[in-house]
Design a protein around this ligand. Structure first.
Ligand code: NAD
Length: 373
């Protein structure tokens, strides 16, 4: 039986990505799947329907998902879309179930087996499926560029006929996937780069990318390689050391986050007020409320002579490459779910079991019936 895969057009405002790109669809077809894509799904990244040569194009959502075995999306679909899905089918997208209780209820009601991309375990073997990382890498790169273009100076040292220009100093706060990519990009552009994180193990990574590490003596490594929230005492200790670096920076890129918590505030209003004239903060944590006390998510502000740039959904701004990497993450996950042209997830595989949000135990027998032979 041919596996039918449906790709949704994203409907959330500001979302330009599409879950599948033509080159990856070709690979799905080679796996034995039949792919249908919602009309206009690639429009925002200038991929017309005609570019999806190996997929059929369907306009109506209910018709698209109604007989699909697997539905693919970037953002969580609407409740109506899930309602229109076949009972026991598979959904793969970002979901963030704690923010979408009604959607999760509907997924359960319909016995949908939902693989939520934010749940892919952060282990080496799952790196090829890790969409949080692929998207954060692009965001980190773009943050450095945003810093460069909002600055009225250049990043590299430059020698001209009328003298030399000093390189810019870039401070990156939060050295996860995005932060490290921001360091690498700023360094490549010739800036003098400093990095800071509350997980001391990031020091070696920062140094290997050409940055200096701002050592605060605070270790807030939490569970699973993530950071924990700082105590008041730790915050005061950090501020004492970090303030001098904030005040010397031409550009600051902040990327800090703590799982399940609002973004930690790393830069106070007082610290911004003491920054260099013309300095720029690029707050990549805007989706979680921002790392700077002045940040207004989605807005670019001028506070005195400091510019604070806080874009939302940054990967979507690089929609073409973000879609390509996301589609490859999905393909790699699908390869764990489809064997010999049949949907047969290996539930003993940690990546499969941990990524599943709904539909695991109750759906297993139904699936093997549905896709047997
Ligand atoms: P994240 O987005 O959760 O956080 C970004 C950074 O902010 C982290 O480095 C965190 O330590 C830092 N941070 C939090 N509070 C801070 C504060 N008050 N001050 C300064 N920095 C602060 O991070 P992420 O990019 O999702 O990565 C999380 C972890 O997962 C890291 O340990 C990373 O190496 C690991 N990881 C592993 C894999 C893999 O092995 N497959 C893939 C990706 C990430």
């Amino acid at each position: 039986m041919t596996i039918k895969i449906a790709v949704l057009k994203e409907t959330r405002s500001g979302e330009r990505r599409v879950a599948m790109v033509p080159s990856v669809i070709e690979k799905l077809v080679r796996m034995g799947a039949q792919v249908a894509i919602q009309s206009g799904a690639g429009d925002a990244i200038k991929l017309p329907d005609a570019a999806f040569k190996h997929a059929t194009s369907v306009a109506d959502t209910a018709q698209l998902v109604g007989d699909a075995d697997i539905v693919l999306a970037v953002q969580p679909p609407t409740i109506e879309t899930v309602q229109a899905m076949k009972a026991g089918a598979i959904l793969i997208s970002f979901v963030y179930g704690n923010k979408e209780p009604a959607l999760v209820d509907m997924l359960q009601q319909k016995k949908i087996i939902c693989f939520a991309m934010e749940r892919v375990p952060r282990i080496s073997r799952a790196q090829a499926m890790d969409a949080l990382s692929s998207q954060a890498t692009l965001a980190g790169y773009y943050a450095a560029l945003l810093g460069a273009t909002h600055l009225a100076r250049i990043f590299p040292r430059m020698t001209t006929a009328v003298g030399s220009l000093r390189p810019a100093t870039v401070l990156v706060m939060g050295l996860g996937v995005a932060g490290l990519q921001a360091i690498a990009t700023a360094h490549r552009l010739g800036a003098v780069v400093e990095g800071y994180d509350v997980r001391p193990e990031t020091k070696g990574e920062a140094l290997s990318l050409g940055a200096k590490f701002v050592d605060t003596g605070v270790n807030a490594t939490g569970e699973g390689g993530y950071a924990r929230e700082l105590t008041q005492e730790e915050k005061a200790k950090v501020a004492q050391i970090v303030t001098a670096h904030i005040q010397q920076a031409d550009v600051i890129v902040t990327t800090a986050s703590v799982p399940g918590r609002p973004a930690p505030k790393l830069i106070s209003k007082a610290q911004v007020d003491g920054m260099k004239t013309g300095a720029v903060i690029v707050d990549l944590a805007a989706d979680g409320g921002g790392n700077c006390e002045y940040t207004k998510p989605g807005e670019t502000l001028r506070i005195g002579e400091v510019t604070i740039v806080a874009p939302l959904n940054v990967p979507s701004l690089l929609g073409e490459h973000a879609s390509e990497l996301y589609a490859k993450n999905l393909l790699n996950l699908l390869e764990l779910l489809v064997h010999d042209g049949r949907i047969s997830p290996d539930w003993s595989d940690e990546v499969v079991a941990k990524t599943a949000l709904t539909g695991t135990s109750e759906a297993k027998p139904a699936m093997s019936e549905q896709h047997a032979a």
